[in-house]
Design a binder for this molecule. Structure first.
Ligand SMILES: Nc1ncnc2c1ncn2[C@@H]1O[C@H](COP(=O)(O)OP(=O)(O)O)[C@@H](O)[C@H]1O
Ligand SMILES: [Mg+2]
Length: 373
């Protein structure tokens, strides 16, 4: 029997067994790598995505090509699945509300609702007393001008919804940039953040089980170019005490959300005369690009941890077998596949996307080496 708690998670549900069918909404590379991990555990995946050329279809047992608000297709999908999950957070509420009476949907509604909206993320963090960049809610050009004056110094304007890879953002040096920035985000509801002079960006990729068990992979250091993740490396340049604080922040967020599955928390690390300080940048209620290194460097990857958690299994060990560097292959870089395939020790991943576009994540390569090498 499935017991649905108020937070939308279904504590007490029985663990699924090998042979079970996992439904995944979204058919990009994250769905593809989730399906590969599920297959390793003897589970089938049914991918639901409106795009008939979805990379995840190539590695899944079943597919549905339909819109996310197609109730009939969602109902048939639910009937084929033992549990449903998502590879992206922008799942419409209607989709979750249609699925969740029919099949356990993990994570539940709340992690999605909060992580779809930067304003809700900010409110959650404030409620938990977790630091993030100073911010203002922005609904008009006048409000934006006032916000920039108020926060002082350089700022970043971010749409509340649907931003990714630096899209839906505009940087401002002063109020003089307000018109241009407001135009750049087409006047969408937004938040304005003070620009954080961070020394590093780090993330915590963690997993929380149906029973509330929790484990985090080692803190990852992330380098972005033009708003897109370029390189992730572990160990991160952070003290042991700082890493413990980062993991504790992630744990508190996962618990507050009643999250089940893998979650990532992106953070800014400030490191100055007064020591290390962490500010949360954003949350992802799903597997994350900064956790791809776990495929080669851990006995159970973030993708497997997610599958295990949503299947009602305990979360696996997140221990690592070496140091690792993961580099995204963006746009034309994927054309270097032959050289990368010939490189000893380079683990090459190509996502099977049909068209190369500038800024599009086409694959990645992970290099694992002995600890400290
Ligand atoms: N307040 C900020 N201060 C400094 N850099 C920022 C700030 N907000 C975002 N950035 C930079 O832009 C990148 C992308 O922003 P983010 O909010 O993570 O959006 P997304 O990853 O959804 O595109 C961050 O990883 C960071 O490098
Ligand atoms: Mg980000």
């Amino acid at each position: 029997m499935t017991v649905t708690a108020q937070d939308g998670t279904d504590h007490g549900a029985a663990a699924l067994e090998p042979g079970a069918t996992i439904g995944i909404l979204g058919g990009g590379q994250l769905g593809r790598m989730l399906a590969l991990a599920a297959a390793r555990l003897g589970m089938r995946c049914h991918i639901y995505c409106p795009d008939p050329q979805s990379p995840a279809f190539d590695v899944a047992a079943a597919r549905t090509v339909a819109a996310y608000d197609d109730r009939e297709a969602l109902t048939a999908f639910a009937a084929d699945c033992d549990v449903v999950t998502y590879e992206f957070e922008n799942v419409p509420a209607l989709t979750v509300d249609t699925l969740s009476p029919l099949v356990p949907a993990r994570p539940g509604r709340r992690p999605l609702a909060v992580c779809q909206d930067r304003l809700e993320e900010k409110r959650l963090l404030e409620g938990l007393g977790i630091g993030s960049a100073p911010w203002r809610k922005i609904d008009s050009l006048d409000g934006l001008r006032a916000g920039v004056a108020d926060l002082g110094g350089p700022c970043v304007l971010k749409t509340r919804r649907l931003g990714y890879d630096g899209k839906g953002q505009a940087r401002l040096k002063s109020t003089g940039d307000a018109d241009r920035a407001w135009e750049a985000i087409a006047g969408a509801p937004a938040i304005l953040e003070a620009f954080v002079p961070f020394s590093r960006e780090v993330s915590v990729v963690c997993a929380r089980g149906v029973a509330g068990d929790f484990a985090a992979y080692d803190v990852t250091e992330n380098h972005h170019e033009a708003g897109i993740l370029r390189v992730s490396r572990v160990p991160a340049g952070i003290s042991e005490a700082g890493a413990a604080v980062a993991v504790d922040i992630a744990r508190r967020i996962a618990e507050a959300l009643g999250h089940v599955g893998v979650m990532a928390v992106e953070m800014f690390l400030l490191d100055d005369d007064s020591g290390e300080r962490l500010l949360v940048n954003e949350l992802a209620p799903r597997v994350h690009n900064s956790g791809h290194w776990t495929i080669e460097a851990c006995p159970a990857s973030q993708f497997e941890a997610h599958i295990r958690a949503i299947a009602g299994w305990p979360v696996p060990s997140t221990a690592r077998i070496g140091d690792a560097t993961m580099t995204n292959l963006i746009g034309d870089e994927a054309l270097d596949w032959q050289a990368l395939a010939a490189e000893p020790g380079a683990a090459l991943h190509l996502y099977g996307k049909h068209a190369i576009r500038p800024g599009r994540k086409m694959g990645h390569v992970t290099r694992v080496r002995p600890f400290g090498a």
